[in-house]
Design a protein around this ligand. Structure first.
Ligand SMILES: CC(=O)SCCNC(=O)CCNC(=O)[C@H](O)C(C)(C)COP(=O)(O)OP(=O)(O)OC[C@H]1O[C@@H](n2cnc3c(N)ncnc32)[C@H](O)[C@@H]1OP(=O)(O)O
Ligand SMILES: O=C([O-])CC(=O)C(=O)O
Length: 431
């Protein structure tokens, strides 16, 4: 087992929270007392978001109304579209989200009549549309996908498993998956960074709105397969909240100065972007696609470790035994790899995991298998960390609210290690 170094506030209790527990017994995770396993298996992202923001699981009426509220909130204001269109095509997607979030704050600021929960719901619903509007605008693909089509759309091309965006059906069985895996591939199969088709979009069915289904619909210009929606939804549940991680802590620091809601979230986005935190899921994708075979991956990983390089998607500040979210997303990544008829990527990922366990006693964190899962759904790599944002807005919001309820400015002390007793020198005589 790797030894933890001092510094970085490691092991310091920097406050208290009633929102989640991380790493009890080295491995567990709960949101408001509910295990991550239950939430990911039985719940949905909307239920998780409601739990975090409103403090309880919604009943059926509350959930229906909540989905309706999010669906209605998911239409981009025209001014925001114009602002996003002005951003460069090669801007970093996380900066696009920071700008979008801050711009929204100027148009719909926090007021007494707009609660923090309202602002959060609006942002959860709009983050995907903001990103995808900017993305499609610059690629010249699917001009304004959220607008109703002018004529009746053609039915979508058949997928290996034809699934609808209905929310009540079960995901495909293992036998369906094996059958699908033996079929020849079709044009609608997931392929990373494939150019979205220039097509007359289907009208989105807002009666069945889910954050996951809406994102994939806006990305691909058609309703996604049920399996993809399910796994995307699970990933949002897993990414939603994680106690005093760096981006949440940064948001709480901003909240503690009595700053406004959108500034707290923009702080979180900026902090999440780095490769040691949320940015790791994109770095993982670069790593696993740099290898052609599992054998090459094993050899290459050993070489990187020998060169003292970090392997992205491994290790964790708090978990010491395992990251429970990784076990969940790993299973889904394996299922998706069958569905996408992947012959190498999942095996390459497992080969890397084997080396890290053997050589360093390190386990994968949530970011490692999330990368291949998103890839199999046809999500471009540059959107992996922005998707993390959509989900983590819920956790950030819960913490901003908690901080505000019992606020004291967060301002620690530092041990001074610089020089003392410096003699003043005039500007003209300084070296
Ligand atoms: C959703 C999330 O944000 S999860 C985190 C995503 N980030 C990553 O996956 C980036 C890769 N991982 C890391 O850099 C680290 O494990 C972190 C940042 C997650 C945690 O950092 P820390 O708690 O400071 O771990 P720390 O640096 O003390 O690690 C202890 C030892 O394990 C090694 N180690 C930790 N993670 C890794 C890794 N991913 N690859 C190789 N070695 C590693 C360290 O180099 C260190 O060894 P050393 O003492 O010989 O220098
Ligand atoms: O807790 C952390 O340090 C990082 C993490 O896993 C998360 O934010 O989900």
């Amino acid at each position: 087992m790797a030894v933890k170094k001092p510094g970085g506030l490691a092991g310091i209790e920097a406050g208290s929270t009633a929102i989640s527990t991380v790493g009890k017994d080295g491995r567990g995770l709960t949101y408001r007392g509910y295990s991550i396993e239950d939430l990911a298996e039985h719940g949905s992202f909307e239920e998780t978001a409601y739990l975090l923001i409103y403090g309880k699981l919604p009943n059926i009426d509350e959930l229906t109304n909540y989905r309706k509220k999010l669906g209605e909130a998911s239409r981009l204001p025209e001014t925001l579209k114009r602002i996003l269109e002005l951003l460069p095509a090669d801007a970093h997607p996380m900066e696009v989200l920071q700008v979008g979030c801050t711009a929204l704050g100027t148009m719909e600021p926090e007021t007494a009549s707009r609660t923090t929960a309202d602002l959060a719901d609006r942002l959860i619903a709009l983050t995907g549309p903001m990103l995808l509007h900017w993305y499609h605008f610059h690629r010249g693909t699917i001009k304004d996908i959220a607008a109703p089509p002018s004529s009746k759309p053609e039915p979508a091309e058949a997928a290996p498993i034809v699934l609808t965006a209905d929310t009540d059906e079960d995901v495909p069985s293992e036998s369906q998956l094996s059958a699908a895996a033996s079929q020849p591939s079709s044009a609608s199969q997931p392929s990373v960074n494939s150019k979205p088709q220039q097509s007359d979009p289907q009208e989105y069915d807002y009666n069945n709105y889910t954050v996951a289904g809406h994102f994939l619909y806006l990305l691909h210009g058609r309703h996604a397969e049920r399996l993809a929606i399910r796994v995307f939804d699970v990933s949002l549940v897993l990414y939603a909240e994680h106690e005093f991680n760096a981006s949440t802590f940064a948001s709480r620091v901003t909240a503690s100065t009595l700053s406004n809601y959108h500034s707290c979230i923009a702080t979180g986005i900026g902090t999440l972007r780095g490769n040691l935190h949320g940015g790791a899921n994109e770095a993982v994708m670069e790593l696993i696609t740099s290898f052609e075979t599992p054998e090459e991956a094993e050899e290459g990983t050993r070489a990187r470790l020998a060169a003292k390089q970090l392997i992205m998607g491994f290790g964790h500040r708090v978990y010491t035994v395992s990251d429970p979210r990784s076990d969940i997303i790993k299973k889904w990544s394996e299922t998706l790899s069958l569905w996408a008829q992947d012959s190498q990527l999942y095996a390459i990922s497992e080969a890397i995991e084997g080396v890290l366990r053997q050589e360093k006693g390190l386990f994968p964190n949530l970011d490692f298998y999330s990368a291949s899962a998103y890839h199999f759904m046809g999500v471009p790599t540059s959107m992996f960390t922005p998707i993390f944002v959509i989900s983590r807005i819920t956790g950030w919001t819960a913490h901003i609210m908690e901080q505000r309820l019992n606020n004291r400015l967060i301002r620690p002390s530092a041990a001074y290690i610089g020089p003392d007793n410096q003699a003043w020198a005039d500007v003209h005589v300084r070296f």
